[in-house]
Design a binder for this molecule. Structure first.
Ligand code: 5GP
Ligand code: ZN
Length: 115
């Protein structure tokens, strides 16, 4: 499924729910997390709906690779200079709450609220 009308992050991609956008291209959207754990906390998502990393196939390898190499670039642009944390929560035991794959990227001076 490329767009799930019930999915929160598909609605953000479609502009039906507002977000504080950091980056956008044809395949990827990055925006600030609404409840940040760290001074800088963004989410990187593929624009096409993919419920979790558990559902990823070879077809997703390129977009997942692009998200990974985009993370340090966006952190630099957001002024993060002392390292950052990347997290992909997957499934119930992985603590996933929104079932549209997203990479958390968190940085900025500690202490953080979480993580
Ligand atoms: P998960 O637990 O699924 O890995 O993380 C979901 C993340 O999405 C949480 O950190 C939560 O704060 C964030 N989030 C949930 N709803 C919204 C929203 O409407 N807008 C934004 N920007 N972030 C959201
Ligand atoms: Zn979705």
């Amino acid at each position: 499924m490329s767009h799930d009308p019930h999915c929160l992050f598909c609605k953000i991609v479609a502009g039906q729910i507002p977000s504080r956008k950091v980056y956008e291209d044809e395949h990827i959207l990055a925006f600030h997390d609404i409840h940040p754990w760290a001074p800088v906390h963004i989410l990187l998502i593929p624009k096409l709906h993919l419920s979790s990393l558990a559902e990823a196939t070879e077809a997703h390898a390129e977009v997942l690779g692009r998200m990974t190499v985009l993370a340090p670039k966006l952190m630099r642009e957001l002024g993060v200079t002392n390292g950052f944390r990347t997290v992909i929560n997957t499934g119930a035991d992985g603590g996933q709450e929104v079932y549209h794959l997203h990479m958390h990227v968190m940085g900025g001076p500690r202490p953080w609220a979480k993580g």
